[in-house]
Write a protein of this length. Structure first.
Length: 167
């Protein structure tokens, strides 16, 4: 792939000078083929929804989200952090969920963590879970190897509205 440049040779050999193309022509091909590969994209910083923000609608990203305000709708993200003053009314789906605030709805995540200030009213479907002392949780907990798949949990979605209506 790489070859020694003929420019640095002390004297060209007679065979090379008669049969080889001009030095400029022979060195241009390797330079074109050895262009640097594109650098991998840097991970963007987490999106932050401030405490004075009220969103009605669904949010979907492959990145990270820090929610401090109110969201009425579903959220799907890679890492989702719910701040202490935040309220989510809808389903939360993320690889990693850290709950410091309030969620009314289902939580689905590979890793789910309820801190001591968390308030969750709904079911949690997880691969791993941690619940700190002081966290408030009303609902059921179910472990699944793939909690992010939408196939299994939808079966249990029908009884949920009836349960909430009775509360």
């Amino acid at each position: 792939m790489f070859s020694k440049s003929k420019i640095n040779d002390p004297a060209p050999k007679p065979q090379e000078s008669s049969s080889a193309p001009a030095p400029g022509g022979s060195t241009s091909a390797p330079v074109q083929s050895s262009a640097p590969a594109p650098a991998p994209k840097a991970k963007p910083p987490a999106s932050s929804l401030s405490s004075d923000l009220h969103i009605t609608g669904n949010i979907k990203t492959t990145g990270d989200i820090q929610v401090e305000g109110t969201v009425e709708g579903d959220i799907r993200a890679h890492l989702l952090t719910i701040g202490e003053g935040a309220t989510i009314k809808g389903e939360v789906i993320a690889d990693d969920v850290v709950i410091n605030g309030r969620i009314v709805g289902r939580v689905r995540g590979l890793k789910v963590r309820l801190t001591s200030t968390a308030r969750v009213e709904g079911d949690i479907i997880h691969k791993t879970i941690a619940i700190e002392s002081g966290a408030h949780f009303e609902g059921s907990v179910q472990r699944q190897d793939d909690p992010l798949s939408s196939g299994g949990p939808k079966k249990s979605a029908a009884p949920q509205p009836a349960t909430r209506a009775e509360s």
